[in-house]
Design a binder for this molecule. Structure first.
Ligand SMILES: [Zn+2]
Ligand SMILES: [Zn+2]
Length: 292
């Protein structure tokens, strides 16, 4: 993707400002934010991950996300460098240096926690966090290259609750613009898709008797939590003037941790299983000759 130079600088400045703001208000999330910052920087350097973008497989099942059944080619050196950097930032010790970065990326994209745990030499919970962020620039490159054409610029050609590109559950719901259309947003690849109001993304419940929301008592924010009493799932929701940039989804997720706490306190949870059992292979592509 080619950006006009000034456009790119402008985005970087906006990101930096928003990041500083979230950092200041959420000092307890510093480790996570340092990882997010590294992923944002990595995504600016699109050439590393551009080579990875696969073509969607013809004849995919209608409910299968675009990446299902694809092979994603990754430059091993770049991927290893990035994964090592994230491991360092998260305080993983030297054992992380022997990690196979492509294995980790594949497990992360497939949301296969058991496989990530098996790769961990030390604390598996930290490696899960590293894996989650490690997949972001790669999935982001895929979304930029193939996402928009396949589920329409209107975003309304997809009916599932999970991401049409990578199969993850939505990180948050956006009520966008004056029409207040409800967009679900993926915090991994940044994709967005329109879903009707009053429909649970996790179990497709549509009865208003079983759907509701939690709002902070102080009325300080227009953000809230959508909850479903059928599956006990929840998703955070916020009004936006215009489309939240993909990195805004990641940062707003951190900025709204209080809403997660409120939902968990009341017995709601995020589904443990991924939205879709994505089958993806991450394979090695050649070195610098690849983009000659
Ligand atoms: Zn996604
Ligand atoms: Zn539900």
């Amino acid at each position: 993707m080619l950006w006009p130079r000034t456009g790119r600088r402008h985005v970087a400045a906006e990101q930096a400002q928003r990041l500083a703001d979230v950092r200041q208000k959420n000092p307890e999330s510093e480790t996570w934010l340092a990882l997010v910052e590294a992923a944002l920087a990595e995504s600016q350097d699109a050439t590393t991950w551009d080579a990875a973008v696969p073509a969607p497989v013809d004849g995919r099942a209608a409910r299968a996300p675009l990446l299902h059944g694809t092979e994603v080619g990754v430059d091993r050196r770049s991927a290893s460098r990035f994964v090592r950097h994230l491991a360092q930032l998260s305080g993983l010790d030297g054992a992380a240096h022997r990690l196979d970065a492509l294995d980790l990326l594949e497990a992360a994209i497939r949301q296969d926690d058991a496989r990530i745990d098996a790769l961990a030499a030390g604390d598996p919970s930290r490696l899960r966090v590293v894996a989650q962020i490690a997949a972001v620039p790669l999935l982001r490159a895929c979304a930029q290259a193939i996402g928009s054409e396949a589920f329409g610029n209107g975003g309304d050609a997809w009916w599932e609750g999970y991401c049409p590109l990578c199969g993850a559950w939505p990180t948050l719901a956006e009520f966008r613009g004056l029409e207040r259309k409800r967009w679900l947003r993926c915090g991994r690849c940044g994709s967005g898709w329109v879903v009707p109001w009053l429909r649970c993304p996790f179990c497709a419940e549509t009865s208003h008797e079983n759907l509701g929301y939690l709002a902070p008592e102080d009325g300080e924010t227009t953000r809230k939590v959508e909850v479903c009493d059928t599956c006990k799932g929840y998703v955070k929701a916020e009004p936006t003037v215009s489309e939240l940039p993909w990195w805004g989804v990641l940062l707003d997720d951190v900025a709204t941790v209080a809403l997660d706490v409120a939902a968990l306190d009341r017995g709601y949870h995020r589904p443990e299983r991924p939205g879709f059992g994505l089958e993806v292979k991450v394979v090695e592509v050649g070195g610098s000759w690849w983009r000659s």
